[in-house]
Write a protein that binds this ligand. Structure first.
Ligand code: URA
Length: 189
């Protein structure tokens, strides 16, 4: 049932022409992972490698993400990975607010279908979706309760590709997430 729903959302995403991103993109990148994933990771938008393959986080950021997931004791095959925006913005520019808004209903429906306990937004744009006033450089790795879900915003893996000094921060955050998943999340008021 859930798989059929996720597949039908993916088909709608593939056909979506609601903003101009579909004109320059090669294909849509709906997301991938098990329909019953307890953890969902949300990036910003597909990059060049994702645009070609149709799969999220398969380029350099994706390889780093895989390594960070391992630090959390998570295999990529156990988590659902999606993006705020489902088509690649030209030249990897940031998605505009209008593009994020027009794509938002797809992500909301994916989350409702998968019903993950934990959401891990990657980077500032994704984090703002759940925590509007977030300052990602200050609040990364912290635990939030939003709409009955646990939200743990992280620095975007791409940040570590151009600023290596951020990598240890990400490693610590993912290790802490792994600890929460293993031993239980602390209660948050
Ligand atoms: N960066 C993202 O935010 N998402 C991807 O899928 C790839 C790189």
């Amino acid at each position: 049932m859930t798989i059929a729903l996720i597949e039908s959302i993916a088909r709608e995403i593939a056909e979506c022409r609601a903003c101009q991103l579909c004109e320059s993109a090669t294909r849509a990148v709906p997301g991938e992972g098990p329909a019953d994933a307890a953890v969902m990771l949300i990036g910003e938008a597909p990059g060049a490698a994702e645009d070609i393959s149709g799969r999220p986080f398969v380029g350099a950021s994706g390889r780093l993400l895989d390594a960070l997931l391992q630090r959390a004791g998570l295999d990529r095959s156990r988590v659902y990975i999606a993006n705020l925006v489902k088509h690649r913005p030209p030249d990897n520019r940031d998605p505009t607010r209008a593009e994020i808004r027009s794509c938002q209903h797809f992500l909301t429906r994916q989350i409702n279908a998968i019903n993950p306990r934990v959401i891990v937004p990657l980077g500032r744009h994704a984090a703002k979706y759940w925590i509007p006033n977030v300052q990602i450089v200050r609040h990364h790795g912290q635990l939030y309760h939003v709409d009955d879900r646990l939200v743990v915003p992280m620095l975007h893996p791409a940040a570590a590709l151009y600023q290596r000094s951020t990598l240890p921060l990400m490693e610590v955050d993912f290790e802490r997430l792994g600890g929460y998943l293993r031993d239980g999340f602390p209660t948050v008021s």
